[in-house]
Design a protein around this ligand. Structure first.
Ligand code: GLU
Length: 272
């Protein structure tokens, strides 16, 4: 009987130690160097942030170029894992990915659960609707609006248009399909994502992005909470890339004058 009690106590202690180990702050920087690969959670259907290139069949885009630059600095390979807006934080917290580079807005609510890098992209939330149907926010009252589950877009639109019937899809291409089929009257997310969707649409002349913005959306790379060495490394790398002009080069490659977006970079990457 005494032996049994000792054994139970040992099991309980072992269990506690196991828990304490799991809760210890991660040192992703050391782990990534050791395993020789940086595993990044990225979007795979949102040009120009993360999408499958038709020729190479590889995932490419603005987000991917940041991951590649960080991995190059670390001297490791990259593995890209597609995530959705809803799955990206659990994937990171459960250790399936080391970093999120997936059109992710940094905000105080999310920052309670994960850490964010300095802002590496800046956009704002808008809509796609059939041409001429939306001139101001109130034109969307009581309408069906498509967006993605687990996104700030979903939260913002519910707040901005309380009478709207918000329908959430796994990702934005599915929401746009619903718009094309007349199942929703508009879709909503960040303007840069909407522009990418519209650019690829065969019937794009029927749709537009009205000048109606309901939020600002600064993007950050997501890392595990308290993973200080890694967060510091990523932020240092981003600031170096800004100084050398690499961040601007990446912006122009995906959004600049030689692309269909013709965007000017209206932000600088700074320590924040
Ligand atoms: N940037 C917004 C967010 O983080 C919308 C885009 C997305 O769903 O990734 O939720």
């Amino acid at each position: 009987m005494k032996k049994m009690a000792t054994m139970l106590a040992a099991v309980a202690m072992f269990g506690l130690a196991g828990k304490a180990m799991a809760a210890a702050p991660a040192d992703t920087l050391a782990e990534v160097k050791k395993k020789g690969v940086l595993v990044a959670g990225v979007k795979d259907s949102l040009p120009p942030f993360g999408y499958i290139d038709e020729k190479s069949r590889q995932i490419v885009g603005y987000d991917i170029d940041f991951v590649n630059a960080i991995a190059r600095k670390l001297g490791v390979k990259v593995e890209l894992k597609p995530v959705t807006s809803a799955s990206r934080m659990p994937q990171l917290q459960e250790g399936h990915i080391d970093i999120i580079a997936a059109t992710m807005t940094k905000n105080p609510e999310r920052a309670k659960q994960i850490d964010f890098s300095h802002t590496y992209f800046f956009t704002g939330q808008k809509f796609i609707a059939r041409k001429g149907t939306v001139k101001k926010v109130s034109d969307l009252e009581g309408k069906k609006i498509g967006t993605a589950k687990g996104s700030t877009s979903e939260q913002n639109v519910r707040r901005a248009i309380v009478t709207a019937n918000v329908i959430s899809f796994d990702d934005y291409p599915q929401a746009f399909l619903a718009l094309q089929q007349g199942k929703v009257q508009a879709i909503t997310t960040d303007e840069a994502i909407l522009a990418g969707i519209l650019a690829k649409a065969p019937n794009k002349s029927q749709f537009e992005i009205p000048a109606v913005q309901i939020s600002d959306e600064p993007y950050g790379l997501g890392m595990r909470k308290g993973d200080k060495n890694f967060v510091d490394f990523v932020n240092r790398t981003l600031l170096e890339m800004e100084k050398s002009g690499e961040t601007k080069k990446i912006f122009n490659k995906w959004f600049g004058p030689s692309t269909q977006f013709h965007l000017k970079r209206n932000f600088a990457l700074t320590a924040d």
